[in-house]
Design a protein around this ligand. Structure first.
Ligand SMILES: *[C@@H]1O[C@H](CO)[C@@H](O)[C@H](O)[C@H]1NC(C)=O
Ligand SMILES: *[C@@H]1O[C@H](CO)[C@@H](O)[C@H](O)[C@H]1NC(C)=O
Ligand SMILES: *[C@@H]1O[C@H](CO)[C@@H](O)[C@H](O)[C@H]1NC(C)=O
Ligand SMILES: *[C@@H]1O[C@H](CO)[C@@H](O)[C@H](O)[C@H]1NC(C)=O
Ligand SMILES: *[C@@H]1O[C@H](CO)[C@@H](O)[C@H](O)[C@H]1NC(C)=O
Ligand SMILES: *[C@@H]1O[C@H](CO)[C@@H](O)[C@H](O)[C@H]1NC(C)=O
Ligand SMILES: *[C@@H]1O[C@H](CO)[C@@H](O)[C@H](O)[C@H]1NC(C)=O
Ligand SMILES: *[C@@H]1O[C@H](CO)[C@@H](O)[C@H](O)[C@H]1NC(C)=O
Ligand SMILES: *[C@@H]1O[C@H](CO)[C@@H](O)[C@H](O)[C@H]1NC(C)=O
Ligand SMILES: *[C@@H]1O[C@H](CO)[C@@H](O)[C@H](O)[C@H]1NC(C)=O
Ligand SMILES: *[C@@H]1O[C@H](CO)[C@@H](O)[C@H](O)[C@H]1NC(C)=O
Ligand SMILES: *[C@@H]1O[C@H](CO)[C@@H](O)[C@H](O)[C@H]1NC(C)=O
Length: 638
């Protein structure tokens, strides 16, 4: 740094009185653009290097100089080695770009020598600087910004939350302290900052290093407020003092938390647009862009489906809240076996049914994150059942969706060399439980009783009391759905004990006759049902007033029996949109269920089906099959 500039800065500081200014001002990072791409530079530099005279000239353009770090472990690093490294960076990393190539800093490990001092990449000439000083700063490879004082800052790319999938965007420093990201970009929504993928190396200790994940805003993260989908809740309590167990496991494994994601209020089932009063529902990127995301993990489904820069999302599933958003947005999603990991510091809906589940485009990342999050309670195994039972599977090839479903079932059957039989829960229950009422009656109000009464007693009462104490006896605003459900639960003469009793009966029958544990294949069979067959649910419709979510259906079976229920996207089918007056496409998805505790077996099976080409990695954007820009932001390159 030039001596003249340093002197000027010191004089200014003196004039204002150094002490008070220094203690009050803290950097929250920097934002810059480089060839029209927006970047965030975290406030703490990661290294410092000597600024040579040759380099100093570069600062005439601004306070930061972009540069690229390459690590060379070999004896010699040739120009072609550098070219190979740079091509790899451009291909693998969405943060890196040619703008960082004006200078290449080669950190030689050992006694390596570099043959080149100047290189040409297209129309960019690069100055190559070599550092083989033993013990000099250890910098990860990738893109960086250098300040005029020789401080090295990481490059985090800024993206816009164009689909409104998040409530808050988060910056987590190296000490895993989280704060709100102080940056914004074009797009009428908050901005996200993601670090270069090149900074991370996945190791046994940090198996999720750099994996970018969004967290449903019902999980506490120390240092951040939790909204639970309610504005009054966000402001009533201060930043959380602890982090929810599933999230802590992800952080410990090196995952990169990028933000808190949209949830319907208190994780109750809401439908756009009538219900989403406090926060708007996220936007489903598929098809015409105006289909419901389903809920409650609306943001997790929309964000995972919309953004290639996001790897995975953590949602929660009590009665379908991960599965439904995964189905209608064409991504992988799981409701795990109940009780795999504790839900401390997480908003309860019904602890008897609540589970933490993940939404992902790539089934391999999905499985890796699940392995970390469920820890010792998940076992991956490769011995698969050879019996498949289907529920309400199409038998005739009438629509494109039917064709996809029939084709998928045939391929899975062939892959497993399995027998397929159809199953009808209503008749099987009646045969197995002749003294009990029909299952549709027995379990009709079990779900609404559990969620309304457990949430009211474990959560709502305290929230109301805390709010009233702070606001002169007032009640906070509550969306119509949770307000109705709590009132319905408080009115009912049924109890949680009675609901648990009915659920236990169902589970005992189910785990002894339908999905039965098996020593070799984990589960006696696999149960498959249709998740979605590309049916529309427009978000611009006027809906009826809330009612209790009563009724029994395939959606409630995994909750009552505590078994895993996992969604896989298998394709898409066309429909004529009433919005665009044009043919568009929506996802077709299938659910797999197996005996309790067989999550790892299903994950392995799905990974094997993916390896065999029967399942595909879902794409981000307009279509899960072909990708493409989301309709309204087509050609914007976002
Ligand atoms: C580097 O070279 C020196 C002198 O030749 C030698 O002593 C040292 O072991 C070498 N270091 C490495 C890491 O190869
Ligand atoms: C350098 O090349 C890229 C494409 O290869 C082009 O977009 C850019 O405008 C060029 N820059 C200059 C300064 O010519
Ligand atoms: C965190 O702890 C502080 C101090 O005990 C307390 O005032 C605050 O309400 C706590 N925050 C939450 C979200 O519980
Ligand atoms: C495993 O599951 C049991 C039963 O739900 C739970 O009590 C335990 O905490 C879980 N273990 C871990 C390490 O999460
Ligand atoms: C199951 O059986 C019941 C009673 O016979 C019948 O009403 C229902 O339609 C059947 N469901 C399916 C999917 O076949
Ligand atoms: C369904 O029908 C279509 C069109 O006739 C055909 O291409 C496809 O192979 C059929 N699929 C199955 C599973 O029968
Ligand atoms: C399943 O298929 C095998 C032959 O592949 C047959 O031996 C067996 O009886 C079948 N089992 C059932 C339950 O249909
Ligand atoms: C289920 O409960 C709802 C709400 O109480 C009621 O309207 C409906 O008739 C019940 N259905 C059955 C099959 O019991
Ligand atoms: C439990 O089953 C009984 C007997 O059929 C039924 O009357 C009651 O409504 C059910 N209650 C709940 C909460 O599931
Ligand atoms: C609760 O009971 C009261 C009094 O019977 C009734 O007016 C109200 O509609 C009920 N509310 C719900 C949500 O069932
Ligand atoms: C089957 O369900 C019953 C009732 O909930 C439970 O006690 C039992 O442990 C379950 N068995 C298995 C193998 O999951
Ligand atoms: C859409 O409408 C056109 C014109 O009526 C029709 O030919 C086409 O089959 C329709 N597509 C679908 C998927 O229904």
């Amino acid at each position: 740094m030039g001596a003249r500039r340093m002197i000027r800065a010191a004089a200014v500081a003196l004039a204002f009185g150094i002490g008070s200014v220094q203690s009050a001002v803290q950097s929250t990072g920097f934002t810059v653009t480089l060839t029209d791409v927006n970047y965030f530079l975290p406030p703490q530099p990661v290294a410092s290097i000597a600024v040579t005279e040759q380099l100093e000239a570069a600062f005439s353009d601004g306070p930061f100089v972009p540069f690229t770090v390459v690590k060379s472990a070999g004896e010699e690093c040739s120009a072609s080695d550098l070219s190979t490294a740079v091509s790899k960076y451009l291909e693998e990393d969405d943060v890196f770009q040619p703008g960082f190539l004006s200078a290449i800093y080669v950190k030689a490990i050992g006694n390596g020598t570099i043959s080149a001092s100047q290189m040409q990449f297209g129309n960019i000439s690069s100055t190559v600087i070599t550092d083989n000083t033993p013990g000099s700063a250890d910098i990860q490879p990738g893109p960086f910004f250098l300040s005029a004082t020789g401080q090295v800052y990481e490059a985090w790319r800024l993206y816009s939350d164009t689909n409104g999938a998040f409530t808050e965007s988060v910056y987590g420093n190296k000490q895993s302290e989280f704060s709100v990201l102080p940056a914004g970009v074009l797009g009428q929504h908050i901005a996200f900052a993601v670090p270069s993928k090149l900074y991370f190396e996945r190791t046994a200790e940090k198996p999720l290093a750099g994996v970018r994940i969004g967290i449903k805003d019902i999980y506490d993260i120390k240092g951040l407020r939790t909204s639970d989908g309610n504005r009054a809740h966000y402001w009533l309590y201060g930043p959380a003092n602890a982090t929810a167990t599933p999230v802590q496991r992800l952080i410990d494994a090196g995952a990169q938390i990028v933000g808190k994601m949209i949830t319907s209020q208190f994780a109750n089932g809401e439908a756009a647009t009538a219900d989403w009063v406090d926060y708007h529902e996220a936007f489903n990127p598929r098809g015409d862009g105006y289909q419901d995301t389903s809920s409650s993990s609306s943001g997790g489904g929309a964000g995972t489906a919309a953004y290639a820069w996001l790897d995975i999302s953590l949602g929660s599933d009590t009665g379908g809240s991960v599965r439904n958003p995964a189905q209608v947005q064409g991504v992988y999603g799981n409701r795990p076996s109940h009780g795999l990991v504790g839900l401390e510091h997480t908003m309860p809906l019904s602890p008897v049914l609540d589970t933490p589940g993940l939404l992902a485009r790539d089934p391999n990342i999905w499985a890796e994150v699940a392995k970390v999050m469920y820890g010792p309670n998940i076992t991956f195994s490769n011995n698969y059942p050879s019996a498949i039972t289907t529920i309400e599977w199409p038998t005739t090839n009438d629509t494109i969706a039917d064709g996809l479903l029939l084709d998928f079932l045939a391929k899975v059957t062939d892959f497993l060399q399995a027998n397929v039989s159809t199953f009808n829960i209503t008749t099987a229950w009646a045969e197995g439980n002749p003294t009990l009422p029909p299952v549709e009656e027995y379990l009709n109000i079990t779900y609404p009783i559990l969620i309304s009464q457990q949430q009211y007693s474990l959560f709502t009462k305290q929230f109301y009391a805390d709010y009233a104490a702070k606001h002169d006896g007032r009640r906070p605003f509550i969306d119509p759905v949770p307000l109705y459900r709590w009132a319905w639960g408080q009115n009912s003469t049924s109890t949680v004990e009675e609901a648990v009793h009915n659920k236990t009966d169902f589970m005992a029958w189910f785990n002894s006759t339908v999905l039965v544990p098996d020593e070799v294949t984990c589960s006696n069979s696999l149960l498959m049902y249709v998740g979605t067959a590309a049916t529309t649910q427009y978000r611009n419709v006027y809906l009826d007033s809330p009612v209790a979510p009563s009724g029994f259906g395939i959606w409630s079976v995994s909750g009552f029996s505590e078994v895993p229920d996992m969604v896989v996207p298998i394709g898409e089918a066309p429909y004529n949109s009433t919005i665009t007056l044009h043919e568009e496409y929506l996802p077709v998805a299938v659910d797999f269920m197996a005996a309790k505790g067989c999550d790892g077996m299903i994950f392995s099976l799905i990974q094997d089906l993916h390896k065999a080409g029967i399942l595909k990695t879902a794409k981000a954007g307009y279509s899960g099959v072909t990708g493409g820009d989301i309709l309204f932001r087509r050609d914007l390159g976002m």
